[in-house]
Design a binder for this molecule. Structure first.
Ligand code: NAG
Ligand code: CU
Length: 252
């Protein structure tokens, strides 16, 4: 396998990018880097491992499959980020190409029990908790990904007032530079495990499986970045504001 290692690793540095680190309340955790697959044993990481050796992406013809949940052959990788309501979580990419403009969104799924009990990621039920996409201009205009690049490839999320427990956070960039062509959009999902402590009260319910998020025909998935557009329909389920309710533990 040695020669294979040498053939594949240089590609990692060149293409796309990956969530190399996760920073929460000032503490840095290892995200997922496909090169870790060659270590024996594979070190535990808060980022789910995936079989994306080329820092690759999921195409629209796989949006109905398990690939879209947390990337190809993804699984929880033995570690989690401890957080509290109000914690700032930063997804730190190693790099991101300016050309790969598009939306950046975060989804949250509760886990009943230990992360190692997640055998089929398609069973996770997701609520969209943050979404940023088109900002201004066109052809190609200014996008959430430009903010990420400006912030040294960092993207922040504040943990809502969640009830204590285990959750999977799904952070995703959809690159639109080829989305004017059939099957041209590129989804780059990365899941991380978080364990929420504290005295928050919100238990998200009504989430949906990731396999139902997007269709190839969605106006935000088949989209010509290099045209004189005046708006953009962000793909996926509606953004939910996780609010406390007086007499229930559901979100509004
Ligand atoms: C940007 O991120 C890199 C890698 O984490 C770090 O070494 C560098 O100091 C950061 N630069 C700034 C200006 O924060
Ligand atoms: Cu690319």
């Amino acid at each position: 396998m040695r020669s294979l290692t040498f053939t594949l690793l240089p590609a990692l540095a060149l293409a796309h990018g990956h969530v190399d680190k996760v920073i929460a309340d000032g503490v840095t955790y290892q995200g997922w880097n496909a090169a870790l697959k060659y270590q024996n044993p594979i070190p535990a990481t808060v980022g789910w491992q995936a079989d994306n050796l080329d820092n690759g992406f999921v195409t629209p013809d796989r949006f109905g499959s398990v690939d879209i949940v947390c990337h190809k052959l993804a699984k929880s990788n033995g570690a989690f980020v401890p957080v509290k309501p109000g914690s700032k979580v930063t997804f730190k990419w190693d790099t991101w190409p300016v050309s790969h403009a598009g939306p950046i969104q975060e989804y949250l799924a509760p886990v009943s029990g230990d992360f190692s009990t997640i055998t089929d990621p398609t069973y996770l039920r997701w609520t969209k908790i943050q979404s940023s996409a088109w900002k201004s201009g066109n052809n190609p205009g200014t996008w959430a990904t430009d903010d990420l690049i400006k912030n040294n490839f960092s993207w922040d999320l504040t943990i809502p007032n969640l009830a204590p427990g285990n959750y999977v956070l799904r952070h995703e960039i959809i690159a639109l530079h080829s989305a004017g062509q059939t099957n041209g959009a590129q989804a780059y999902p990365q899941c991380i495990n978080i364990q929420v402590s504290g005295s928050g009260t919100i238990k998200p319910s009504g989430g949906v499986p990731a396999t139902s998020f997007y269709k190839a025909s969605d106006p935000g998935i088949t989209f010509n970045l290099f045209s004189k557009f005046t708006g953009y329909t962000t793909p996926g389920p509606a953004l939910q504001t996780l609010k406390k309710r007086e007499h229930s533990r559901e979100f509004a």
